[in-house]
Design a protein around this ligand. Structure first.
Ligand code: NAD
Length: 475
């Protein structure tokens, strides 16, 4: 059985805690590996390695750091097919989705290649009589990243690229469900010239997360995952004096107004709800349609569902893979099983004819959904589109804003003035109008309310890894 261990101070380090987790191939349902779960002392050893590497790394000049980031970029690009296969074998997503994830992750590394420019400070001459002032951006120290299962390449790349380019040293705690990509990346970083100890990987569960949160030498924690764990990380980390950014879950609403192009809206709803089997924080999970178009829109989504080929990534014709674990598949199926008792209607039941042999569930639709129902209040994180209706625009905004989540929303309308007005009122970190999933490195990414604090991507992503220092000089 393949054993997945830790990466500390530039080498693979076998776990000694005796605690292990099982890693599955979700497309076959078979166990593919065992992953070591770190003990507190193993986490402390990784932190000690990161701390020891810090003085030399933060003193490394910016052009050398940029050169290393370019090397990482080239190595990830050259190895993207191997990474995609590895990622798919543990996560289940189809290869085109895995390659798309890697491409989105690479944008973060490319962004960090510009670190000499991004870290430029400011200088004012004669700020007061005979006094100049300058401000600079300094690294924080040892920082940790704790990442979810659904983007095992991209989310670590969001974090480590900026963190180390800023001069910090880094400890990654990837999801225990698909940990192989993190170790592969660690090896690429070493080949790229990242000095030993600058990038470390600790595999594990709550024990290792708590050890990171409690270690006084960890200055900052960046987390991406579910809302309950995000709250725990935020509360524990800040209580221990760390800077914490914790991005949580989502329940993204797509508002379809009376003047929307229904075919375009249906295309977007299908791809946004079922892409990557709905295991995406940016997935649309609530189709919020004005009464007058709701039935027609549901019909259009229903017509499109049979065209989605569900199956293992080994067949390149497949577009949607399995869910991550049997437990998660059963949990998602439970929302379909419980819908009728809550007064909703399962219009398309993904439990029917789902491929066997892995953790598959076909695309599903639940109609007649209302706040208070489990399938509305909870994040489903699977290929289930819930449908709600509204009569007035004001009501639609209220419904979306009453959700405890606020990561993203979409508006479909042919009236762009109306779209701007609605967008301003929506409490969501990202709003798309007549499109979905557009994103690049110039704009911040993150959520409001229980979807978390802080931002990734863009210049704002650097803030969590930097201290601003001001120096006044009497000349
Ligand atoms: P998760 O919260 O279960 O796990 C995330 C990380 O936390 C993992 O590394 C895990 O090992 C660790 N963890 C789990 N339980 C813990 C505990 N009790 N104490 C300490 N650490 C713990 O999330 P997941 O299921 O891996 O990922 C899916 C979630 O991530 C969804 O809610 C999704 O919306 C969210 N997500 C959000 C974004 C975003 O940008 N906001 C992006 C991707 C995923």
């Amino acid at each position: 059985m393949k054993r997945i261990s830790h990466w500390i101070n530039g080498s693979i380090v076998a776990g000694t805690s005796g605690n292990v987790g099982k890693v599955f191939n979700p497309a076959t349902g078979t166990q593919s590996a065992e992953v070591d779960f770190a003990s507190v002392s193993e986490v402390d050893a990784a932190v000690a390695a990161a701390k020891a590497a810090l003085p030399a790394w933060r003193a490394t000049n910016l052009s050398r750091r940029a050169e290393i980031m370019f090397n990482i970029r080239n190595l990830v690009q050259a190895n993207r097919n191997e990474i995609a296969q590895m990622l798919s074998a543990e996560h289940g997503k189809v290869i085109s989705d895995a390659l798309g994830e890697i491409a989105r992750g690479l944008e973060n590394i490319e962004f960090a290649c510009g670190i000499p420019n991004l870290l430029k400070g400011g200088y004012s001459e004669q700020a007061s009589a005979g006094v100049d002032v300058y401000s600079i951006k300094q690294p924080l120290g040892v920082v940790a990243g704790i990442t979810p299962f659904n983007f095992p390449a991209m989310v670590p790349m969001w974090m480590f690229a900026n963190a180390i380019a800023c001069g910090n040293t880094f400890i990654l705690k990837p999801s225990e469900k698909d940990p192989s990509v993190a170790l592969f990346l660690a090896d690429l970083l070493k080949q790229a010239g990242v000095p030993d100890g600058v990038f470390n990987v600790i595999n594990g569960d709550k024990v290792s997360v708590d050890a990171l949160l409690n270690n006084p030498d960890v200055s900052a924690v960046s987390f991406v995952g579910s809302t309950p764990i995000a709250r725990y990380i935020y509360e524990t980390g800040t209580k221990n004096g760390k800077r914490v950014q914790a991005l949580g879950g989502a329940k993204n609403h797509m508002l379809v107004l009376p003047d929307a192009d229904l075919d375009m809206a249906a295309d977007a709803a299908v791809s946004a709800a079922y892409g990557s089997a709905g295991e995406r924080c940016m997935a649309i999970s609530v189709l919020l349609a004005v009464d007058s178009v709701a039935d027609a829109l549901i019909e259009k989504v229903k017509e499109r569902i049979p065209n989605i080929k569900v199956g293992p990534a080994s067949d390149s014709a497949n577009e949607m893979g399995p869910l991550i674990t049997a437990e998660h598949r059963d949990k998602v199926a439970g929302y379909l099983a419980g819908a009728a008792a809550e007064g909703a209607t399962v219009v398309v039941d993904g439990r029917e004819n789902a491929p066997t042999g892995g953790f598959f569930l076909n695309p599903s639709i639940i109609d007649g959904v209302k706040p208070g129902m489990r399938c509305y209040d909870e994040e489903i994180f699977g290929p289930v589109l819930t449908v709600m209706t509204f009569e007035t625009e004001k009501e639609a905004i209220q419904i979306a804003n009453n959700s405890v989540y606020g990561l993203a929303a979409a508006i479909w309308t042919s009236n762009l003035s109306r779209a701007h007005k609605v967008s301003r009122k929506l409490k969501a970190g990202t709003v798309w109008v007549n499109c979905y999933e557009e994103g690049d490195m110039t704009v911040p990414f993150g959520g409001m309310k229980r979807s978390g604090n802080g931002r990734d991507k863009s210049i704002h992503a650097l803030e969590k890894y930097l201290e601003m220092k001001t120096t006044w000089i009497q000349l």
